[in-house]
Write a protein that binds this ligand. Structure first.
Ligand SMILES: [Zn+2]
Length: 130
């Protein structure tokens, strides 16, 4: 039997489900905002970016490795990704949005069996910000 990845194990869905069950209401992939943010919490004027460690270069993370072949291609690609992230973050900040970044490895590993602790952390940041 071929293994079809279950949608429910996707980090973004895990995070969204956990937020929702804690009473947070959000919009997803809002095209009206720079960078089409993954999760938008209008009530808190806050955006959550759920970043893949590889593509968005999670600093010091083992998933943010650089492939050994076509190395220059990858370096250029990563640089343009992180540059775009930076520009989007600056635009959003200047529009009055606060930004929280969650890394995929946090959901896949660090908080895998304790997603509530991650939500606690997010909630704390939202309350401090508002
Ligand atoms: Zn990571």
């Amino acid at each position: 039997m071929s293994k079809i990845p279950s949608k429910n194990t996707k980090p973004e869905l895990i995070l969204r489900k956990a937020l929702f069950s804690r009473g947070f209401r959000y919009r997803v992939n809002d095209r009206r905002l720079p960078g089409k943010p993954d999760i938008v919490l209008p009530k808190y004027k806050t955006i959550i970016f759920l970043h893949g460690c590889f593509w968005h270069r999670h600093e010091g993370c083992k998933y943010a490795y650089t492939p050994k072949t076509n190395t220059q291609f990858w370096i250029d690609k990563f640089n343009s990704n992180t540059e775009r992230d930076k520009i989007n973050a600056e635009k959003l900040t200047s529009m009055g949005w606060k930004i929280l970044t969650v890394w995929e490895c946090e959901i896949r590993h660090k908080y895998k069996h304790d997603i509530e602790s991650l939500i606690d952390k997010i909630e704390e940041a939202l309350l401090v910000n508002s």
